[in-house]
Design a protein around this ligand. Structure first.
Ligand SMILES: [Zn+2]
Length: 331
């Protein structure tokens, strides 16, 4: 298959076109953040922390999966910026045992309070099996993540926001890597109007396909009625900090974080990932992490060769079958 000569996006990726050098239109048109842009975001971020530190019960609510990027983000927020963190973990029923140990160990070591929300497993199974087997989302929604991941991230983002609103926490932090989310959204105030629109892409199709009982995990009219000035600011600091996967893993490993051996190579916390990737590649003929990895390659934090290896590697079929059996679906 034809692949961009600069990043890792293949010809099967939606909306792609190559020029005579074999470089894709995304590489040609997406501006790379320069040092000045990173510095100005860092400055905005640091003054935001100064404005909010110590004024609420918690300074920041961190979306904490126990994976490498959110663990590193927690370390930075605590050790470099001395924030009072509430770490929020959404247990989708398929968090690897090692990731759970990492969550307990890292929050204990860093002196961070942790909260875990775990919906009943049969309900999560039903949601993920439906997302895996039926076309419930628009194809556009799935450009950058598999159907199973999109479902889970939908729960996570809504539950995080709901928790921040209920506990009156001014900042919400994510460990998005530079390829996962653009620098332009690295410091961004949330608001009820935008949230209403966002909920349509995941919440609405999910509730109509699986059931209204999933509404518990999304924002309701009461939440959406909270005045805009009380809504938190989202931050994802890895977008404007130096991102080097090897160094991140080394630094958190020094604190006792252990890389799970039971997950897909692209995930350091979820046991459904191999199945999610397998189904996406089979249906769309490109890897659901292609967009993210292309972004990391473009930013220079990963070589094109390393990126290509990640997006072309076949899934471990034992992991695929394990997850398919757990969801009671056929592959
Ligand atoms: Zn490209």
């Amino acid at each position: 298959m034809n692949t961009c000569s600069r990043c890792v996006l293949p010809e099967s990726f939606p909306g792609i076109a190559f020029d005579e050098q074999g470089v894709c239109n995304y590489c040609r048109t997406i501006p790379l953040p320069d040092a000045a842009e990173k510095a100005s975001h860092l400055q905005r971020f640091e003054s935001l922390l100064d404005e909010n530190r110590g004024r609420h019960v918690y300074d920041v609510l961190l979306a904490y999966s126990g994976g490498k990027d959110s663990t590193y983000t927690m370390m930075v927020l605590k050790k470099r910026y001395h924030l009072n963190i509430l770490a929020f973990t959404f247990d989708n029923g398929f968090v690897s045992a090692q990731a759970k140990l990492n969550i307990l160990h890292m929050t204990d070591s860093l002196g961070v309070t942790s909260v875990m929300v775990r919906p009943p497993l049969p309900l999560m199974r039903k949601a993920f099996a439906t997302a895996a087997e039926k076309d419930i989302y628009s194809p556009k929604t799935l450009d950058r993540a598999s159907s199973i991941c999109t479902t889970c991230i939908g729960f996570v983002k809504s539950m995080i926001l709901k928790t921040a609103l209920v506990y009156d926490i001014p900042l919400v932090a994510y460990g998005w890597s530079p390829g996962q989310a653009p620098i332009s959204s690295a410091v961004m105030k949330t608001n009820p109007r935008l949230q209403r629109i966002t909920q349509r892409t995941v919440r609405d199709p999910l509730l109509s396909a699986v059931g209204e009982e999933l509404g518990t995990y999304f924002l309701n009219e009461t939440d959406l009625g909270i005045p805009a000035e009380r809504w938190p600011t989202n931050i994802h600091p890895l977008a404007f900090m130096e991102y080097d996967e090897e160094r991140i893993i080394r630094e958190i490993s020094d604190m006792g974080w252990v890389k799970p051996a039971d997950t897909d190579p692209n995930s350091t916390n979820c046991l459904l990932n191999a199945l999610a990737n397998y189904l996406h590649r089979r249906r769309f003929n490109y890897h659901p992490y292609a967009w993210e990895i292309a972004g990391i390659v473009r930013s220079g934090s990963m070589t094109r060769g390393e990126g290509l290896a990640k997006v072309t590697q076949d899934e471990d079929m034992n992991m695929v079958r394990y997850a398919a059996e757990a969801l009671k679906i056929k592959v």
